[in-house]
Design a binder for this molecule. Sequence first.
Ligand SMILES: NC(=O)C1=CN([C@@H]2O[C@H](COP(=O)(O)OP(=O)(O)OC[C@H]3O[C@@H](n4cnc5c(N)ncnc54)[C@H](OP(=O)(O)O)[C@@H]3O)[C@@H](O)[C@H]2O)C=CC1
Ligand SMILES: O=CC(=O)O
Length: 322
Amino acid sequence: MKPKVYIARSIPKQVEAYIAEHCDYEKWEEESAIPREKLLEAVRDVDGLLTSGTAIDQELLDQAPRLKAVCNASVGYNNFDLAAMKEKKVMGTNTPSVLDDTVADLVFGLMLAAARRIPELDRFVKEGKWEKGDDSPLFGLDVHHTTLGIIGMGRIGEAIVKRGKFGFGMNVLYNNRRRKPQVEQELGITYAELDDLLKQSDFIVLMTPLTPQTENLIGRDQFKLMKNTAVFINASRGQTVDEDALYEALSEGQIYAAGLDVFRDEPVNPANRLLTLPNAVTLPHIGSATAKTRLDMAMCAAKNLVDAVSGRTPANLVEELK
Ligand SMILES: NC(=O)C1=CN([C@@H]2O[C@H](COP(=O)(O)OP(=O)(O)OC[C@H]3O[C@@H](n4cnc5c(N)ncnc54)[C@H](OP(=O)(O)O)[C@@H]3O)[C@@H](O)[C@H]2O)C=CC1
Ligand SMILES: O=CC(=O)O
């Protein structure tokens, strides 16, 4: 008998076909996200679950006595209650590496858009405001040959460094809990304590996972340390930043601009004050959102799922559950 799995998010046809070869399955057929009560019902008699972002907590695990594995189609796994999964011996997997370049491209898109005011000036042109004469009110900031500070120098961080150093001639500082001497040497980057990185960088990119240690990592005290010409980019998770403090920093000119791919509440509340600011470039969590990369991520998650429910160790078991 084949193992039984549930696919709780939309995936490309060829990925579904791969799962069908190896498993019996049911899936959430609708475009909207699966409601919690439907998910709790769906996991009652399955061996594996393919998802992303859904809370995998005690309540869900208690409903799923057969569950062996939850496979995220994302690299972040802050939706996992790791302690509860460990206790119930449920494997958890993610999709590292396949999205690094795509996310790094988007981070550079945000840096350029915020520094050169691209969305604001796009609106300016379309609203018919472009007139002959002094164009100094349209000036922005250079990206090239400035200092880039990356907080969270992991796989995606390294892909950002390559663009910054070799494409834009940037000096790169980084902060991690553990130093990476080999990466420092290979890529020519410099370790900095967090406060020093915040003081010295022209562009600050937050790229850590969301963990109890990184929740609200950047708040009022940290924005105060930044240059008033600094551009702040968050492509990690919204909960790593105090959004009220960010609003104050942007509206009071403590920093120059921000590029945000992520928010504390997603989809972002249309009443969020950050959306009113011309110097905040805002995106709907699209770091990895190209057709090719999303296919690669879904296939990676599917392979993890099939391996896990077939008695093999999946390639991308998350560190804390090994
Ligand atoms: N916007 C989007 O669409 C996307 C967002 N992401 C987010 O990016 C995150 C990073 O992905 P990825 O690069 O693959 O992950 P990695 O695990 O490769 O890198 C994360 C890095 O963060 C460092 N880190 C962890 N905790 C801290 C801390 N408290 N302070 C400083 N550094 C810390 C880790 O090093 P050390 O442990 O030594 O500190 C590690 O080097 C994901 O977890 C996800 O949240 C990912 C993909 C797309
Ligand atoms: O946010 C996206 C991810 O892959 O993590």
